[in-house]
Design a protein around this ligand. Sequence first.
Ligand code: PLP
Length: 454
Amino acid sequence: MTKSNSSHISDIAHHLHPYTNAIRHESVGPIVMERGEGIYVYDDQGNRYIEGLAGLWSVGVGFGEKRLVEAARKQLDALPFYHTFAHKSNGPAIELAAKLAEITPEGLNHVFFTNSGSEGNDTVIKIVWYYNNALGRPKKKKFLARTGAYHGVTIASASLTGLPNNHRDFDLPAIPVHHLTCPHFYRYGQPGETEAQFCDRLIAELEEVIAREGADTIAAFIGEPIMSAGGVLPPPEGYWARVQEICRKNDILVVADEVITGFGRLGTAFGSDFYGIKPDLMTLSKQITSSYQPLAAVMISDEVYRVIAENSGKIGTFGHGYTASGHPVATAVGLENVKIIEERGLVANAAAMGKILHQRLAKFRDHPLVGEVRGAGLLAAVELVADKDSRAKFPEPGKVGGWFFNRAHSHGLIVRNIGDALAFCPPLIITEAQIDEMVKAFEITLDETATWVA
Ligand code: PLP
């Protein structure tokens, strides 16, 4: 038995994988990745893949970035761990907090560090509840989220997530949350409705829910600037400005979940910059370290921070925190990663390469299997449909997308299938030639998929 075979058998025997059909895994086993370089990763059989999803929408600066390795090594040498509880701090956490306050939208000047995006959104929920209790508004606790949204998998953040598989058989949602209509015109627009009318309908729904439930019971609206894991779904024109206006009018906090859109993904520093959102709270993760270390950050406005601070002064503490909040190695890597993004102009590269990616993908609009091509910056999706004219889905949703996903591997391409939509989110460092290489592999796979479907 080769080393890799034995490790594959061991994986099947002992490793329960996230987001995996465990029964299927027992027969197919894992693809074991060994190393990465730039936009490419290599498995233990020697196969090379273009990482068209930057790992999990996250390896912004690409694989094998030695500066991040060195930043981690230096910090491990100097101080591998120290916590940030009870007035303790450390250099990298301090510097990264200041840097994030500088580069995120105006007014977000306070940072709470967590390990993951899910914990970040849990922290958002707790901050929002703590804030309203501090203001003497104990009834103002409900969240507004959207069907199709992805905000994480902890009990509270999964409750905000609006995807059936994150609730089913987990007894969720477990917190008071109302899921509004998914703002995706192609799927949720009604026959004969224009995109502007669709947007009007979403806004009317928001107003109606607030009127019905009472603004005094609704604490916050949370949204990804572009819903990503739900299928890469840009909202209709004008949506965010109107949502924001209604939230302000009703004293409802606006939370931008920028776990994917943060740090240049849409060709602007943050997704909030892209859509003109001025959030009260913002969740960041993934590209904050290019996933070289687990780290997330909740950005907090001056106004919300002041209330939290005053209340902690009154009751004696802000009783929340993780052992690894502000971990010095993770924050040192984060700091270096943000410097690399700045020094190499990766936000501008995402804007320029994003334009090229969308130009290249546009031709697939004429393909018989393609219903919609969508996205912004270096975030895109191509949705496959059974019937172009009626937009009908395939009888077994996800089967064709799943076939495409597996087939693409044999052409050296990793993209994510979200049902029957294929998502792209390549590293921010991608070049034009690499986009062409990625799109070529996509095209070959698409034509093979069309033959398989026929
Ligand atoms: N929020 C968004 C928008 C995400 O895309 C994700 C993960 O994909 C999360 C939150 C959860 O982050 P994590 O997987 O680090 O818990």
